[in-house]
Design a protein around this ligand. Structure first.
Ligand SMILES: NC(=O)c1ccc[n+]([C@@H]2O[C@H](COP(=O)([O-])OP(=O)(O)OC[C@H]3O[C@@H](n4cnc5c(N)ncnc54)[C@H](OP(=O)(O)O)[C@@H]3O)[C@@H](O)[C@H]2O)c1
Length: 244
C-alpha cells in the first residue's frame, strides 16, 4: 500500500496507516470535550463505475486494502452506526476487535423505524458489546421487547433524523461515529450536513447491473464540497478520504 496524497508518495505500514486515519481532534480538539458534537466518518466501497454492491452485497467490491482500512476504522471508532437495510443484507454481527486503548469492541448502533430485525441475527447473538437499536415509538412494542430480550439496548427516539441519532450517541458519550452505510442512511446524513469525513474505496472493477450508488435520498441535491485529505493506492484500488 502506498500513500499518493499528500505528497511525497511513500509506502504505508500499519503505524503510518493508523496515523493517517487518526481523528485529527484526538486529544486536543473540541471533539474530545465531554459535550462535543460527534465526528461522523462514513466508510464505503464502490466499483469504478459507481456501484455500491454486486448481487446485493458489498463483499464482491472488497479488496485486501479496503478490508485493512475497514478494520482500522472500527478500531478507531467509538460506535459503528448502520442502517437496518445494511445490517440485514450483510448479516451484521458484533465488532470483533477492541477499540484502540480499550478492551471492548465498539457497539453497533442500528437505525430502524420498523424494529423488524430478527433477534436471531448475529447482531444480537454474536456480539461482545450489546447492539444499540435506534428506533421510535412507532415500531411495534412487541418487536422492541423481543430485541430487548435478545440483549439489545433499545433506544426509543422522537424521530430517526440525523440530529436525533447523533444526539442519542452523544448522550451516551459516543462521539467518534463510524457510519458504514447504507446508502439511505448516508443520504440522510448528507442532507442534514452531518458528514464530516467520507472514506471511499474505489475498487478496480466494473459492476454494471442495477446496483445503486453510495448515497440515495428523496429528490433535491444537497451538494457540498469536500477536500481530499488523503489518497492511497493498493493493488489497483484507490482509498480516498474526503474531509468537510
Ligand atoms: N459498498 C458499501 O460500502 C456498502 C455499505 C453499506 C451498504 N451497502 C449495500 O447497501 C444496500 C442496503 O441499502 P439500504 O439503503 O437499504 O440500507 P441502509 O441505509 O443501511 O438501511 C435503510 C433502512 O434504515 C432504516 N432507517 C431508519 N431511519 C433512517 C433514516 N433516517 N435514514 C435512512 N434509513 C433509515 C430503515 O429501516 P427499517 O426498514 O427497519 O425502518 C431503512 O429501511 C445493501 O445492498 C448493502 O450491501 C454497501
Amino acid at each position: 500500500m502506498h500513500r499518493i496524497w499528500p505528497l511525497p508518495a511513500e509506502p504505508v505500514d500499519d503505524p503510518a496507516l493508523a496515523d493517517l486515519y487518526a481523528h485529527p481532534e484526538h486529544g486536543h480538539s473540541e471533539h474530545d470535550e465531554p459535550d462535543a458534537a460527534p465526528f461522523v466518518r462514513v466508510n464505503f466501497v464502490s466499483s469504478a463505475d459507481g456501484a455500491v454492491s454486486v448481487d446485493g452485497l458489498s463483499e464482491g467490491l472488497g479488496t485486501p486494502g479496503d478490508k485493512r482500512v475497514f478494520g482500522l476504522l472500527r478500531e478507531l471508532a467509538q460506535v459503528v452506526l448502520v442502517g437496518a437495510g445494511t445490517a440485514r443484507a450483510e448479516g451484521y454481527r458484533g465488532a470483533r476487535r477492541p477499540v484502540r486503548g480499550t478492551d471492548t469492541p465498539p457497539p453497533i448502533a442500528v437505525v430502524t423505524g420498523s424494529a423488524d430485525l430478527d433477534p436471531g441475527l448475529g447482531l444480537f447473538t454474536d456480539t461482545r458489546t450489546p447492539t444499540i437499536v435506534l428506533t421510535t415509538a412507532g415500531a411495534p412494542q412487541e418487536r422492541r421487547d423481543r430485541l430487548t430480550a435478545a440483549g439489545a439496548d433499545v433506544a426509543v427516539l422522537d424521530d430517526l433524523g440525523p440530529a436525533a441519532l447523533l444526539a442519542e450517541l452523544r448522550r451516551r458519550g459516543l462521539r467518534r461515529v463510524l457510519c458504514e452505510g447504507g446508502p439511505s442512511l448516508h443520504g440522510a446524513l448528507i442532507a442534514a450536513g452531518a458528514v464530516d469525513e467520507l472514506c471511499l474505496t474505489v475498487s478496480p472493477l466494473l459492476a454494471g447491473g442495477a446496483a445503486g450508488r453510495i448515497a440515495v435520498g428523496p429528490g433535491g441535491s444537497a451538494a457540498q464540497s469536500m477536500t481530499l485529505a488523503s489518497a492511497l493506492h493498493d493493488e489497483g484500488a484507490l482509498l480516498l478520504r474526503y474531509r468537510r
